[in-house]
Design a protein around this ligand. Sequence first.
Ligand SMILES: NC(=O)C1=CN([C@@H]2O[C@H](COP(=O)(O)OP(=O)(O)OC[C@H]3O[C@@H](n4cnc5c(N)ncnc54)[C@H](OP(=O)(O)O)[C@@H]3O)[C@@H](O)[C@H]2O)C=CC1
Ligand SMILES: O=C(O)CCC(=O)C(=O)O
Length: 485
Amino acid sequence: MVTTYQNYINGKWINSESGETYTSINPANTEEVLGYFQSSTVEDVKKAIDAASEAFPAWSKTAVPVRGDILFRLMQELEQEREVLAEIITKEVGKSLREARGEVEKTIQAMKQFSGEATRLTGETIPSYDPNIFGYTVREPLGVVGVIAPYNFPLGIGIWKIAPAIVAGNTVVFKPASNTSLISIKIMELFEKSGVPEGVLNMVTGSGSVVGREFGENPHLKAVSFTGSSDVGIALGKAVTARGGKMQAEMGGKNPSIVLEDADLDKVAESLVLSGFLDNGQRCTGTSRLIVLRSIAEELTEKLVEKARQVVVGNGFDEGVDNGPVIDESQLNVYLHYVNTAIEEGAKLEFGGKRLTENGLDKGYFVAPTVFSHVTEEMTIAKEEIFGPVIAVMEVDSYEEAIRVANNTEFGLSSSIYTKDLQKAFDFVRRIESGVTHVNVPSNYFENQYPFGGKKTSSIGPREQGSTALDFWTDYKTVYINPNY
Ligand SMILES: NC(=O)C1=CN([C@@H]2O[C@H](COP(=O)(O)OP(=O)(O)OC[C@H]3O[C@@H](n4cnc5c(N)ncnc54)[C@H](OP(=O)(O)O)[C@@H]3O)[C@@H](O)[C@H]2O)C=CC1
Ligand SMILES: O=C(O)CCC(=O)C(=O)O
C-alpha cells in the first residue's frame, strides 16, 4: 500500500486544494512507487505564506539562543535516525548507502555549526566622531522567506538553508525537489520533533513551474534561497529582485581540475573518480573538465579509464556499489544527449558513454562512468553542465594555457589543481575564477563549517554555510543613540 503524503502548513498535515497528487519513484527500480505527494497550487503557497506571516512576530522575538536550541535538538534527532534517513536517501535519489550516510553525517556536522551560530549573531559597536553618540549595529530577521532545494543532496541542502533561516528569526516556506519529496516529509517531521513552533516552518510540494514560480512572484516572501540549475536560478532571481526581494542562488558548475607534470598520476586518477564519477557526477562541484599537460595526457587518460572500469554500478543498497542510478529519465536522456553530441563534435570516447541494463539493471536509470579525450574548448561538453559522470580530457601545452582554459567558462563554482609545486599552487589559487578551490584535493570536497558558493553564473548573493551562513538571512540595523539629550 503506497502512502499519500500531505503539505505541512501551520504545524498540520493538509491536502492541496488541487485534489491531485504526483509520485516519487525509486530510480533503481522505476516500478517501485515511494509515495504520492500533493500537486500544490498557488493558493496552497499563499496559505503557507499566511501561516508563516502569523508565526513571524512571536518567532522573531524569541531569544536567539533559544532558537538555536531547536537546531541542537535537530542534530540529536538526526543522530538517532541516521540509518533510516540514509536508507530513504538511497531509495529515493539512488546514491550508494555509503554516500547517503555521508550526507546524513554532513548534515549533523552542519547542525553543530549552525546551532552555535545562534550565540554569535553579533553586531558591532563603532566609535562615533561625536562624543555624545553611542552607535552600534544589530542583526534582524527578514520576515517570511522561501527555500527551494534540488534533488542531489535531498536531506542536506534543504536543512542547510532552513536551519540558518530560522535561527536568524525568519519563518520559512520550503519547496523540495519533486523527485525527492519523501525525504522532505522526513525533514518536516525532524524539525517538528525538535520543537519548531507552528507556522515557523511550512512545506508545499509540487512542480517548480507552479509552486516554485510563485516563490519568485509573491511579494510577501522577503527573500528566496535557491539551489538548482543556472537557467532556473537566474530567471527566479530576476523575478525576486524585480519585486524588491533578496535572492541567493547556488547553481551550476563546469569545474576544472588541472594536472601538472609533477603530480602523482595514480593518486590523481583516484581523486578524479571521487570528483568526476561519484554520485554519477550529480554534484555541482564535480570535475567535468580535466585540463592536463600534453606530455602526461595519454598516461593519465589510461589510468583514468582503468579506474572508470572499476567503478561498481548497481543498486545503492548492495554491498560494494559505488554508483547507483541517475535521478530520472530526463537526466538519463541529458547524459545520452551529451555523449552523442561529444562524439558528433569529434571527441574520442575512451570509456563508457552508455546506459547500463545488464545484470538486473534494466529497471533503473543506470549509466556508465564516461571518459572523453581530445576535447577542445569549442565543444559542447567543454561548455555546458551535464550533471552526469562524464570527464572531458583537454590537453594543454603549458601551465599558463591551463589557467586560461580553466577560466574559459561562464561558471565559477569549484576547481582543483594537482601539483607538488607550491609556487604554481598558490598562483592557481589566486588566479582561478571559482568560489571554492582545492590543491591536491577533489573539486567536490566540502565541509559545512566553511563558506560555500561560486563566482560568475554559479552563484547569486552571499555565501552559504560556515561563518557566513546567517549573512543572507539577516539585515543590519544601524543605531545612533544620544543618552545625554
Ligand atoms: N551550487 C550548488 O550549491 C549546487 C547546485 N546544484 C545544481 O542543481 C542542478 C540539479 O538540480 P535540479 O533539481 O535538476 O535543478 P532544477 O533547477 O531543475 O530544480 C531545482 C529546484 O527548483 C525547482 N524549480 C524548477 N523550475 C522552477 C521554476 N520555474 N521556478 C522556481 N523553482 C523551480 C525544482 O522543482 P521540481 O523538482 O518540482 O522541478 C527544484 O525544487 C544542477 O545544475 C546543479 O549544478 C546542485 C547542488 C548544489
Ligand atoms: O550545496 C552545498 O552546500 C554543497 C553541494 C555540493 O557540494 C555538490 O553538489 O557537490
